[in-house]
Design a protein around this ligand. Structure first.
Ligand code: PMP
Length: 304
């Protein structure tokens, strides 16, 4: 069971998490007409009166953009203010995850986006490791990522996650930890809630924005860090067979952080992961606000 943070933002006010309830007739519940964000926060180990949020502005911007696909205008700075207030009200003492959601809150019966009320809510939960940090096994999913001509992939739309749910269940029920999905072109796309990177001959490779991926904020951070560290980086289509012979493979996401992959199908990967380890160490220091070069990525919320 999850430990939810005690206060939620619901219907324009902060209330007890237990009292934040939606109707059975809520449109988003029936048609997936919602979009969400996911951010991590940690208490500042160097100052107990501060909470650190990683790349808050980017998360708010992505959610505001996702809301546009729902015919809902909510400015990024409004989302940001509510999230900051949400954290101040909850005063978390351990590592946590914030889930803001924009959704069709009206009680409609037809799948549409016009003439239906929209709303915004936020809740949170305590969160340690989402996947085993020491490494996981992956299978290639029999489910393919949606394509942009039939689904707005640049939005983090809840309806898309039926594919992730099918893929994750298929993977776990067949003895793996996670699933890697191909895109409609048959190229490597991403995992159920993470982007994917491979390392070959010292080069860091990840599918580009033209490969139907979610525009992951951790992915963007890793690309920047790698370039700054002098690691050669390329964004290009990745073939399935490259996964099996890669020197290193890892998944990236807000929840998953950098999670190394130990095995894909029957192919074991090397336990030596020099580039993954370097990136992971650097990202951890940045998130904890211990790296002066990336201070602008860390939003500090004072609790007093
Ligand atoms: N792909 C999908 C499908 C996701 O749900 C997520 C998690 N938001 C990611 C990738 C990683 O994105 P981020 O690094 O912004 O969390």
């Amino acid at each position: 069971m999850h430990n939810f943070l005690p206060i939620a933002y619901f219907e324009n006010q902060f209330i007890e998490f237990e009292n934040a309830k939606i109707s059975v007739a809520t449109h988003a519940l029936h048609y997936g007409t919602a979009a969400f964000g996911g951010l991590r926060g940690i208490p500042d180990s160097q100052n107990p009166n501060q909470i650190l949020l990683f790349r808050l502005d980017r998360h708010c911007k992505r959610l505001s953009q996702s809301a546009k696909f729902l015919n809902y205008e909510i400015p990024a700075d409004k989302i940001q203010q509510i999230i900051v207030d949400f954290v101040k009200k909850n005063r978390p003492t351990v590592s946590f995850y914030i889930r803001p959601l924009v959704y069709s809150s009206g009680l409609g019966i037809a799948p549409r986006l016009h003439n239906i009320e929209k709303d915004f809510l936020v809740y949170g939960l305590e969160m340690g490791d989402y996947l085993s940090p020491g490494g996981i096994s992956c299978r290639i999913s029999s489910w393919y990522r949606q394509e942009d001509r039939s689904f707005p992939l640049r939005g983090k739309i809840t309806a898309a996650y039926i594919t992730s749910a099918l893929a994750k269940t298929e993977a776990v029920e067949s003895g793996f930890d996670e699933a890697i999905l191909m895109n409609s072109q048959g190229k490597v796309c991403e995992a159920t809630g993470m982007n994917i990177f491979i390392v070959r001959n010292g080069q860091l490779i990840t599918p580009g924005y033209d490969q139907d991926i979610l525009e992951g904020i951790t992915r963007d951070s890793i690309l920047t860090i790698a370039r700054d560290m002098g690691i050669p980086v390329v964004e290009r289509p990745v073939d399935k067979s490259e996964l099996f012979i890669a020197d290193e493979v890892f998944l990236s996401g807000t929840a998953a952080k950098i999670t190394p992959v130990k095995r894909i199908e029957r192919f074991e990967l090397s336990p030596e992961r020099p580039i993954t380890d370097r990136l992971k160490e650097k990202l951890t220091a940045i998130v904890e606000n211990k790296d002066p070069d990336y201070k602008e990525w860390v939003y500090i919320i004072p609790l007093d």
